[in-house]
Design a protein around this ligand. Structure first.
Ligand code: ZN
Ligand code: ZN
Length: 712
């Protein structure tokens, strides 16, 4: 959260600092309250009992006297008593262990100020530590810092506050200078936001389409581009609860969350708004919209997991110091912090150490009221904002850098916030999707006279494909196939990588006149003449294949073993309509066997010497190695010669065949003679088609199959 939202905080009451690694105990957000879990104290308990120490403490877990930890800012789950915080805005300097004290003295010693100033500051802080001592107390098992004097003796004078403020301002400016030399990625911008979304999606939905994962990931950081000014940014990406006070009991870090949480900042509302939109879009099968809005929503819930977005701080951001605005808004004894730098460096540090902070599957929170859930999440982060600032601040003073990942207390808090944010992000995915894989519907209908398979409301997983086969009943032909109300000619029709709902609708028309049906499985090859030719250099046996009946269909073609060759095969039969009415429509169901050179694999159908259908395997129909059905008109006649040819050019080996299922000659009363067109088609010229095996390497050639023929 940037400075401007901190400005908004100025009117807030100071509240208790609780240094805890807050872990909500309840696994859902429907309850009215949550307890903050207590981590065990992480205090060294050395064998020597530290009896001689002024503030030696009874260590609850180890049941022994313990030495005071040298660095308070590295103690996990440390509680700092309210009385210390209320004694001065500069309580951070009082809440110092021996390591922090030494570091501050060294820091002052190295400061770029006149020696006189250094001496004054050094003497001043020594005096403050003596007059306002703090005691490390671990007697309850919860490490805490408490005042070493009664609270009426524990309030700093305005002059003392003013001197501390000078030191704070110097440190804030130094932070700015150190940061200027570093390039950082913002945590809650791209990398971390995208990590949350991707991990949550993969945790909640098995094998989700990459398209949707990327849609949500790419949206997850986008809200950071929506604001140009800091007021808008802070307001929209942060939250500060105003209706909650932390209990003023040192060592009992319990945060009671009421059913209603008021606060400043729109991040919870933004989360609620985009989560709701995402759910609506999901329910209406607009998955692109659903996952985009889910990404936006995830941004705000993960922002709310960052205590720098939920500041419990009454501080003057460095950039506000000495502005007329700060004179009005801030009491002149407030902390001065380079909040912006701490915020950004912290975020960059997390982005660089994701594997340290995201410790794996911890389940999810079920969300029923997204805005309220977001407020709860933000409230726990808020309870950690002072602890986090305390630790980050001392880390800088001690080390002069922003490598916060080296501080165990910061690591523990961050792991908690990342873990909690992930549980809420997973809750968001569950809220939007109900845990369901995004499904689409293709509605398939067939008019009278035929069928479509499958039919009805056919469910399809997002991104997957679905084929539909249309079959006319006997005495009918396909009239139209409409896909989303646009006519298509492919049958079977395949919707590939489906991303939206679709419709497919088939209509049929009745054939009139006495039809003639030839079904190869029933009728065999009686009366069909056949021919097969090939050319090129023979490098092995070549022969006509078939015609035969195999697996309930007819087959005919050529077994070849050629270099620079081509093949042609045809079958032909004469049909007579005894009724004398004649036919004008030919319907054929067949399959051209597979080819490596689709442009050179071809077929034609001629009726009474006129070509009525032609195509290569590049076109569908006929397609490559797929069953197809075509229905073509021809000039009406009661004497019909049907010739079906196919071939391959260039051809090498081993077999090029055609499969024959059924042929139907019929009369379509509605067919106008003018509709009959001759298909312009030229049999492919192999010399201009580049085949990957046009010249086979000797020795790698396959031996052609020898199949028993069943010539009529
Ligand atoms: Zn941020
Ligand atoms: Zn943000």
């Amino acid at each position: 959260m940037k400075s401007t939202s901190l400005v908004r905080l100025a009117g807030l009451m100071f509240v208790v600092l609780i240094l805890v690694s807050a872990a909500p105990a309840a696994a859902n957000d429907t309850g009215a309250s949550k307890a903050v879990g207590r981590g065990g104290g992480n205090v060294d308990c050395p064998a020597d009992n530290g009896n001689g120490h002024a503030y030696g403490a009874w260590e609850h877990n180890w049941k022994c006297q313990c030495a005071i930890p040298p660095a308070f800012s590295e103690v996990e789950n440390l509680t700092i008593d309210t009385a210390i915080i209320e004694s001065t805005p500069h309580w951070i300097f009082l809440a110092a262990g021996t390591e922090e004290k030494d570091a501050l003295l060294d820091y002052i010693d190295g400061a770029n100020v006149p020696d006189k100033q250094k001496n004054e500051w050094t003497q001043f802080v020594r005096k403050m530590w003596k007059e306002y001592p703090v005691v490390f107390d671990n007697s309850t098992g919860n490490p805490a810092l408490v005042p070493g004097r009664s609270s009426d003796e524990f309030t700093l004078t305005p002059a003392e506050n003013a001197t501390f403020q000078e030191i704070e301002r110097y440190i804030a400016e130094d932070m700015e200078a150190v940061r200027a030399g570093e390039i950082t990625i913002r945590w809650y911008q791209q990398p971390t936001h995208m990590q949350f979304m991707e991990t949550a999606l993969n945790s909640e939905i098995k094998d989700l389409s990459d398209i949707l994962i990327n849609t949500a990931k790419d949206a997850a950081w986008v809200p950071d581009t929506w604001c140009n000014d800091q007021v808008c940014q802070s307001w929209n990406h942060g939250f500060i609860p105003t209706s909650i006070a932390l209990p003023n009991i040192a060592g009992i870090p319990v945060l009671i969350v009421p059913p209603q949480i008021d606060g400043i900042g729109d991040a919870p509302g933004n989360f609620g708004q985009y989560a709701t939109l995402a759910k609506q879009r999901f329910d209406s099968h607009d998955y692109s919209g659903a996952f985009t809005n889910m990404g936006y929503a995830s941004h705000f819930i993960t922002d709310l997991g960052n205590p720098y977005h939920t500041p419990m701080a009454q501080i003057i951001p460095l950039e506000q110091v000495n502005t007329p605005y700060s004179q009005i808004v801030f009491p002149n004894f407030q902390m001065i912090l380079d909040y912006k730098t701490l915020h950004h460096e912290y975020e960059g540090m997390v982005a660089d150490h994701w594997d340290t902070f995201y410790t794996g599957d911890q389940g999810r929170y079920d969300i029923s009221n997204p805005t309220y859930s977001a407020k709860i999440h933000g409230t726990y982060s808020w309870a950690m904002s002072y602890p986090l600032i305390y630790n980050c601040y001392w880390h800088f003073v001690i080390n002069g850098d922003f490598d916060f990942e080296e501080n165990p207390a910061i690591v523990a808090m961050t792991q908690n916030r990342i873990g909690e944010s992930m549980k809420y992000t997973r809750g968001l995915v569950e809220y939007v999707t109900g845990g369901q894989y995004p499904m689409l519907t293709v509605t398939a209908t067939a008019g009278p006279g035929g069928s479509i398979s499958p039919s009805g409301a056919v469910p399809v997983r997002y991104g997957e494909s679905q084929s539909f086969t249309i079959r006319p009943d006997s005495g009918y032909v396909i009239d139209k196939i409409l896909v989303d109300n646009v006519a298509v000619t492919r049958n079977p029709y395949t919707f590939s990588s489906v991303t939206a709902d679709h419709t497919i609708e088939a209509t049929f028309k009745e054939l009139t006149g006495s039809g003639k049906e030839w079904i190869w499985s029933r009728d065999g090859w009686d009366g069909w003449s056949h021919e097969a030719t090939w050319s090129g250099t023979e490098v092995g046996p070549c022969s006509e294949y078939g015609p035969v009946i195999v697996d309930g269909h007819g087959e005919h073609g050529i077994n070849v073993n050629l270099i620079r060759g081509s093949t042609t095969a045809c079958v032909e039969k004469q049909f007579t309509d005894a009724s004398g009415n004649g036919w004008n429509t030919l319907t054929f169901v067949g399959l051209m066997t597979a080819s490596d050179t689709l442009g050179g694999r071809w077929m034609t159908i001629e009726v009474n010497g006129q070509q009525v259908f032609a195509g290569t395997a590049l076109q569908v129909p006929p397609g490559d190695d797929q069953m197809f059905e075509i229905s073509v008109p021809f000039p009406q006649s009661d004497e019909v010669n049907v010739k079906i040819s196919h071939g391959q050019n260039p051809a090498w080996n081993p077999r090029f065949a055609m499969h024959f299922y059924s042929l139907e000659l019929s009369r379509n009363a509605g067919l106008m003679t003018s509709e009959v067109k001759t298909t312009e088609f030229v049999v492919p010229d192999g010399s201009i088609i580049v085949g990957n095996e046009t010249v086979p390497t000797p020795g790698t050639m396959s031996t052609p199959e020898v199949t028993e023929t069943d010539s009529p």
